[in-house]
Design a protein around this ligand. Structure first.
Ligand code: RAM
Length: 352
């Protein structure tokens, strides 16, 4: 009987160990501080940034800007990004940061609403929460740091592709994830721009999602070309998507046959801008977006701003910034989107 009990007990132990292992939380795949768990910060304030996912040079530049700002301010930066661009993975990271009692969390949201319970919990615990680049809803944040006016970003890309395709033909959008607030907002503005009668001969045939993953963006581009043999242009409002599309169009010898524009990182797009596969594209400085978010987070922690309209603070080398209205929430605007073409891509490709 005792033997029987012991073997049952050991089976139980093995079982609980296995279950315990399989249910263990996935660890953060990017934590450039080298700190695990409750980091000792030597009395410094700790500011975390969570990007959409790893493997995106744009995200790395944004986090780099955040880190520069936080270090200028004497704080400690915690840089994080999950492997996959999902809300669930970000929620896990927010929970970890709450238990580490960080001072601020700046989030590039993988979903506008799904992060709300976790971010509210963070704010209830006294953590200052802001979003940047891809917003979370107004209830989930104190302020949003916006790279540029979404209306302009959306409309200008439709104007560009229309000019490139000579005013008529089928176009498609290659986006990031279907939940990404920033891309979805820009696509809404693209559709509004397309309502103008001057685009009556331009047909948006599909919005495809490459999820900001290189391979998926490549296969989605290939699928677009296959499903729409008359396709004349692709707008990719994501740095990962536009670079993948640039490669596919180059490899298939489609330069001049299928036009490409969108939002690209000069370092990744220079060869396609120079070759003419993408005649021109747009972006802003991702380092500055992160840097501005770093200063905004610090201003929230110090109480210089609370995130209400009219609040002002000095954002280091970017100078004075003001909090303005953004729907039912508030935002801080970085500036205007910038046009990259063969005349200037050379000077920017080494910068970001
Ligand atoms: C990708 C990301 C990012 C977006 C840029 C334009 O790198 O989706 O959030 O702002 O593209």
């Amino acid at each position: 009987m005792r033997k029987w009990f012991m073997s049952c007990f050991s089976l139980f132990l093995v079982f609980t160990m296995l279950v315990g292992c399989s249910m263990q939380a996935p660890t953060s795949s990017s934590d450039n501080t080298g700190n695990a768990g409750n980091a000792q910060s030597g009395g410094k304030k700790r500011f975390a940034i969570i990007f959409k996912n790893t493997g995106n040079p744009y995200g790395e530049k944004q986090m780099e800007g955040f880190k520069i700002a936080i270090e200028e301010l004497g704080g400690e930066a915690i840089l994080k990004a999950p492997d996959q661009p999902t809300a669930e993975a970000q929620i896990q990271m927010i929970e970890e940061l709450i238990s580490q009692k960080v001072d601020a969390i700046a989030i590039v949201g993988n979903d506008p609403d799904a992060l709300q319970p976790a971010l509210k919990k963070a704010m209830d615990a006294g953590i200052k929460v802001l979003s940047l680049d891809s917003a979370v809803n107004a209830q989930s944040r104190m302020v949003h740091v916006n790279q540029a006016d979404p209306e302009r970003i959306g409309r200008v890309q439709v104007q560009a592709i229309t000019e490139m395709i000579g005013g008529s033909g089928e176009i498609a959008v290659l986006s990031a994830t279907s939940q990404a607030t920033n891309q979805n907002t820009w696509i809404e503005w693209m559709k509004k721009e397309l309502e103008d009668p001057k685009y009556k001969d331009v047909k948006l045939v599909k919005v495809a999602y490459g999820d900001d993953l290189r391979d998926k963006s490549v296969s989605e581009t290939e699928a677009l070309l296959k499903s729409y043999p008359n396709l004349k242009g692709i707008i990719a409002p994501t740095t990962v998507g536009i670079a993948a599309a640039g490669k596919v169009l180059t490899d298939k010898g489609l330069k001049g046959k299928v036009q490409l524009t969108g939002l690209g990182l000069p370092s990744e797009m220079a060869e396609y801008i120079e070759s003419g596969v993408s005649p021109w594209m747009y972006l802003w400085n991702p380092v500055d977006v992160g840097y501005l978010a770093g200063y905004a987070a610090d201003a929230l922690v110090k109480g210089t701003i609370t995130g209400k309209v009219g609040d002002k603070f000095t954002a280091g080398r970017l100078g004075e910034k003001e909090v303005i209205q953004d729907g039912d929430g508030t935002q801080i605007m970085l500036g205007d989107p910038f046009k990259f073409d063969p005349s200037n891509i050379g000077e920017w490709k080494t910068v970001y």
